[in-house]
Design a binder for this molecule. Sequence first.
Ligand code: G6P
Ligand code: MG
Length: 218
Amino acid sequence: MNRAFIFDLDGVIVDTAKFHFIAWQELAKELGIEFTEEHNELLKGVSRTRSLEILLSLGNVTKTESEKDDLAKRKNDHYVALIGNLTSKDIMPGASEFLKEAQSKSIKIALGSASKNAPYILKKLEIDHLFDAKIDGNHVSKAKPDPEVFLKGAEALGVPAKHCLVFEDAQAGVEAAINAGMKCVGIGDESILKNTNLVVAGMDKISVEKAIEIIENK
Ligand code: G6P
Ligand code: MG
């Protein structure tokens, strides 16, 4: 049976979530909007444009389309500066070992990330070659929880959705996986991630064998 693993990037393979948080928080401060780590959960897995809309609505702030473009650009410039020093040392524990083992077992591997910065980050981490297909924010028009990013990944790999397992750290991404008809492993905290097939604290806490069992429904 052809099987596939589809990986979110931020918060699953690399801990860029903290840099997104710093950059959004800085912008929130300038706009006089209170923005906590709890609020930040709402932005995880969500596109840049949609994230800005959520941030503005938290503070009941209205902006024109061109002001929004400018704010999103400023947040991204700050974020890109923050991730400028990323190296393979920033890969989260267990992630590259898991990818390599899956590859050695001929499991197809795709990236399914909302980030338009994903190609830059994968290059910095030196793990591009481990993916058979890469779908990111540059290839989709509908943000998670819409299943577009994962369905495009499955299509690029030629694997039916029901044989795909998604690894996600955001509730919006978990819902996108379910909407795609895929199984899902949550990476993070059980109290935050709902309706998954399993939640583990990190990629070092799950084996490739266990992940295959989830696809096979054992
Ligand atoms: C990921 C992150 C989100 C981020 C989104 C867009 O899914 O979890 O926090 O907003 O990507 O990222 P970008 O790098 O394109 O701004
Ligand atoms: Mg994520």
